[in-house]
Design a protein around this ligand. Structure first.
Ligand code: GRF
Length: 202
């Protein structure tokens, strides 16, 4: 299997990035390398995580299509992971990496997805809905917002005394597990993974 160079795009703390870094370092994704971390925000902790692991990292604040594509090409990137990246990728990037871009979303899509559904807002909406199950979704990225083909989902219970923060914490744990699984499949199949599984709530 040829080496699969990953670019991980972030906007914040980077716990999903850390899950991918740890999985690669522990050989859980044998042919993968986290070759580049791109942040669209300066000074976020995710960049510190990249530095700690000797991973090249850059900040590209604006949605500069040419700069993004040139940067990805210069690192010979094979696939992209959106790990808490709070910006919409330009269509040219989505096209250049068709079926080779995975996003992690903190809800059971197609519910609680789309414009405005990000961060703590998602969990507030789940609590307001009265749903007793929430979870995480790893999906391919297309030119919609959270509309790409679902690859893996993991359910978690919504507890009666949950706050948006406590639910967010539980969902984040599920995100780390399924993101690594989705990345593993993308790397092993050298792109275009099929729908894999829905893991029920424990
Ligand atoms: C995650 O919940 C992700 O699903 C959402 O933003 C959060 C980022 O968390 N899009 P982190 O930066 O990976 O810790």
């Amino acid at each position: 299997m040829s080496l699969f160079n990953l670019a991980v795009l972030i906007s914040g703390s980077g716990t999903n990035l850390q899950a991918v870094i740890d999985a690669v370092e522990n050989d859980a994704v044998p042919n993968a390398k986290v070759a580049l971390v791109i942040s669209n925000r300066i000074g976020v902790y995710g960049l510190e995580r990249a530095k700690k692991h000797g991973i090249s990292n850059v900040v590209i604040e604006k949605n500069d299509t040419k700069l993004l594509l040139d940067t990805l090409n210069s690192y010979k990137i094979n696939g992209i992971v959106l790990a808490g990246y709070l910006s919409i990728l330009p269509p040219e990037v989505v096209e250049a990496y068709n079926n080779k871009i995975i996003n992690i979303h903190p809800a059971l899509l197609p519910k609680f997805g789309g414009k405005g559904f990000y961060g703590i807002r998602v969990h507030q909406a789940v609590l307001e809905s009265g749903d007793t199950v929430s979870g995480a979704t790893a999906h391919l990225v297309d030119n919609g917002i959270d509309t790409g083909k679902i690859l893996i989902q993991k359910e978690v219970p919504v507890l009666p005394d949950d706050t948006a923060e406590s639910l967010q914490k539980r969902v984040l744990e599920a995100e780390h597990i399924i993101l690594v699984e989705a990345v593993k499949i993308m790397c092993q199949r050298d792109g275009s993974p099929d729908k894999v599984s829905i893991e029920p709530s424990p």
